[in-house]
Design a protein around this ligand. Structure first.
Ligand code: G3P
Length: 220
């Protein structure tokens, strides 16, 4: 599983989000793999027109109807968004909201990726049965220092914590991943896939970097 979180970087502003999504779409087709993109909400309507899987960066518990300024799962689904990050380190929400959103996305047949900051949260939220738990030590996010090299034990222990939930939840990892070698190490440690932002978004050559990551994912 390869998720590219565009975040709100200048590098993906305006039509550049379309170009990055196109690069991901072409790599997914070329290597017959799945790549998920998470553009900012205001650019989703453009990106979903491409042959690429789109997740939202965040969802709210606000109900469909007379609510204002929220990312409502039911409306995102109607806009061909097929999943969402939940509780990203840069947009954390309460345990109650996480529990509600995992269940709500499951009912909508949307993919849920619950982001966690440590092994304890990985174990706690895996019990809710999201599709994925994404472990991302906050201090490594955007650092260029890969979690798979700096904190390998966090990945290995999170794999165990997620397995202890005894359900179909799988572990992804992110934070500081900037090379194919970082990706390969994450898979060697038991991660099912990766969640990446700056390593792709800020790369000089999106096509080359995405392909480097895809090859590391598909060759391991
Ligand atoms: O959502 C993934 C993100 O938090 C990881 O950030 O820039 O270290 O790949 P980055």
């Amino acid at each position: 599983m390869f998720i590219i979180n565009f975040k709100n970087y200048e590098e993906i502003s305006g039509s550049r989000s379309i170009r990055l999504a196109e690069a991901a779409s072409k790599a997914a087709k070329k290597y017959k793999t799945k790549i998920v993109v998470c553009p900012p909400n205001h650019l989703i309507s453009e990106v979903v027109k491409l042959p690429v899987t789109v997740f939202s960066q965040h969802v709210d518990t606000a109900k469909i109807g007379s609510t204002t300024g929220f990312a409502v799962p039911e409306l995102l689904k109607k806009s061909k968004v097929s999943g969402s990050l939940i509780n990203h380190s840069e947009h954390r929400i309460s345990p109650q909201e996480i529990e509600e959103l995992v269940s709500r996305l499951k009912n909508l047949k949307m993919t849920s990726v619950v982001c966690v900051k440590d092994v304890s949260e990985a174990g706690r939220y895996a019990k809710l049965g999201p599709d994925y738990i994404a472990i991302e030590p906050p201090e490594l996010i955007g650092s260029g220092k890969a979690v798979s090299k700096e904190r390998p034990e966090v990945i290995a222990d999170s794999v165990k914590a997620v397995k202890n939930a005894k359900n179909s939840t799988r572990l992804l990892c992110g934070a500081g991943i900037v090379s194919g070698d970082d990706v390969a190490r994450a898979l060697d440690l038991g991660a099912y896939g990766i969640l990446v932002a700056s390593g792709i978004v800020k790369a000089k050559n999106w096509k080359k970097t995405i392909e480097e990551f895809v090859l590391a994912l598909t060759e391991n």
